[in-house]
Design a binder for this molecule. Structure first.
Ligand code: PLP
Length: 230
């Protein structure tokens, strides 16, 4: 059996186990975003051939090349990396999801630049949930005002929240930040009368904790593709 098939099966097992031990099996599915940054398109093709459709990329130039080369496949492309404002036009044109919207200015630009006759661009707001100074994302202090404006922007579908919490050694400690993100989404939905339905949280090392706190999209790179190649 190929390496990638083994890894793919193993991740699916980890997801199923986490769902079962939290009795989430029937209520609330979780989808797997395969993070293919720094991996060649051959690996994307291999995972696609096994049935995977959602792929995540973090670097615009690298991503655009893969999107062009694989344009014959019905892949759903998610942008998950840091966003410079001079790259928003290409992101708005070529991706169906953006998980890493971290400032108002970026949301405004994506809204303006996303072509109006296409489906709305699905976005998640990145939250600096562990309140680390070096990490990007909206702070807990500014998120309410930001949501108030972003929910009115045309061409965007505000789907939910994304976070990359700081690393923690145990599953119980990992769950704290994920729980905070979940509660923040509930609070924002209530305050602004919204229906955000997406919690993009959990990576190779903490996906069990994220699923236990109701993640709806987990973003997995290394555990699927191995160490990044370039
Ligand atoms: C690289 C990356 C991932 C995947 O991380 P792994 O630890 O390789 O699973 C997930 N989310 C974001 C935002 C990333 O940049």
């Amino acid at each position: 059996m190929s390496n990638i098939k083994k890894r793919f099966d193993h991740i699916k097992q980890r997801i199923d186990q986490a769902l079962e031990s939290n009795e989430r099996l029937l209520t609330n599915p979780v989808s797997l975003l395969a993070v293919s940054k720094r991996h060649p398109r051959e690996k994307i093709q291999a995972l696609y051939d096994l049935g995977q459709r959602d792929f995540g990329e973090s670097y615009v130039q690298e991503a655009l090349e893969k999107i062009r080369q694989l344009s014959h496949l019905d892949i759903i492309w998610h942008f998950i990396g840091p966003i410079q404002s001079n790259k928003t036009r290409q992101i708005a044109r070529h991706f169906q999801w953006v998980h890493s919207v971290d400032r108002l200015k970026i949301a405004r630009r994506l809204s303006t630049q996303h072509s109006e006759n296409a489906l709305p661009l699905n976005i998640c707001l990145q939250i600096n949930i562990s309140q680390e100074t070096q990490k990007s994302g909206f702070s807990l202090l500014e998120i309410n005002a930001a949501v108030k404006e972003i929910m009115t922007l045309p061409n965007l579908a505000l789907r939910g929240l994304m976070a990359i919490p700081k690393a923690e050694p145990t599953i119980d400690r990992q769950r704290i930040a994920f729980r905070q993100l979940k509660q923040l989404m509930q609070q924002l939905n209530q305050t602004h009368n919204l229906n955000m339905d997406t919690l993009s949280m959990g990576m190779s090392n903490d996906l069990e904790a994220a699923i236990a706190e109701d993640a709806t999209i987990i973003r997995v790179g290394t555990a699927l593709f191995g160490a990044r190649e370039y």
